[in-house]
Design a protein. Structure first.
Length: 277
């Protein structure tokens, strides 16, 4: 498998290995920039991994915080994947055009690893569906293969249809991870590229293993554009809960003390009542 690429490179194996290592390091470091964690920790001062599903991804960020900062998360996750693939394309293009497709998958794999297991955030990252989707789109731009457009069409088409029909984003994500190796093999028929696509798809499915269990059990949460309003917190300016009013305690009726006249002259009191007009 490697001999074909070594012959196409026309350079020493050591230099080719060094270029591959450099692309891997750059792509992984770009992947480590997790938009959901950066925005929640350093702008909102509230780590998204401490809320909801605990995932450092777009869906959990939107469910927890919502708002325009969600666009920042989307932009950061997309841009880092695009930059990783473009960097690999630039390096491979200067070595040999035949290495470009393999280099794009190579960079995409390491960018996804950085997103899922970032060394900058205790290896607790996202599930990679947004960055993986951006990588799939970048695979569709291959002038040397007229069928490359099938990759984003199959991955994103199935994702959108399933997510829109069922409201389960995780179901569409599982489709993306499952279909990616099959459509890659249909387009390229290259064992090394297929191996990398299986790794990418397997990583996405592995990160969604909890969602798969909940889908089977029927307990998976559906996605909604309307973010749930958090309950008011007394410590953060919310409305103070009213204390429950205790029911009034029945008071014992005071028995009037008998007057001295009643004690000593009961007959006189009766006489007075008769004289009242």
């Amino acid at each position: 498998m490697l001999s074909r690429y070594l012959d196409a490179a026309g350079t020493a194996p050591g230099w080719l290995a060094l270029a591959a290592a450099g692309v891997a390091v750059v792509a992984y470091c770009l992947g480590c920039f997790n938009g959901a964690v950066v925005v929640s920790r350093y702008i909102l001062r509230n780590d998204v991994r401490s809320h909801g599903s605990g995932n450092a991804g777009l869906t959990n960020f939107y469910r927890v915080f919502g708002g325009p900062l969600t666009l920042v998360v989307i932009l950061s996750d997309v841009v880092k994947a695009v930059l990783a693939v473009l960097f690999a394309t630039f390096i491979a293009g200067h070595i040999s055009p035949e290495l470009v497709a393999l280099a794009k998958y190579w960079a995409g794999t390491f960018c996804l690893l950085g997103h899922m297991y970032p060394c900058t955030f205790q290896f607790r990252g996202g599930k990679g569906i947004l960055s993986g989707g951006a990588i799939a789109i970048m695979m569709g731009f291959d002038s040397g293969n007229p069928w490359s457009w099938c990759i984003p069409a199959v991955v994103w088409g199935g994702f959108i249809l399933l997510a829109a029909a069922t409201k389960y984003v995780s179901l569409g994500s599982c489709w993306a991870g499952f279909s990616f190796p099959f459509v890659t093999w249909f387009v390229y028929r290259e064992p090394l590229i297929l191996l990398l696509s299986v790794l990418v798809g397997g990583l996405i499915l592995w990160k969604h293993r909890g969602n798969i269990v909940r889908l089977v059990k029927g307990t998976e949460s559906k996605f909604s554009l309307h973010k749930k309003k958090p309950e008011p917190d007394a410590g953060e300016g919310g409305a103070q809960p009213e204390a429950a009013e205790e029911p009034p305690q029945p008071q014992a009726e005071e028995t009037p003390a008998p007057s001295q006249e009643a004690e000593h002259a009961p007959g006189q009191a009766a006489g007075n009542e008769e004289e009242t007009p």
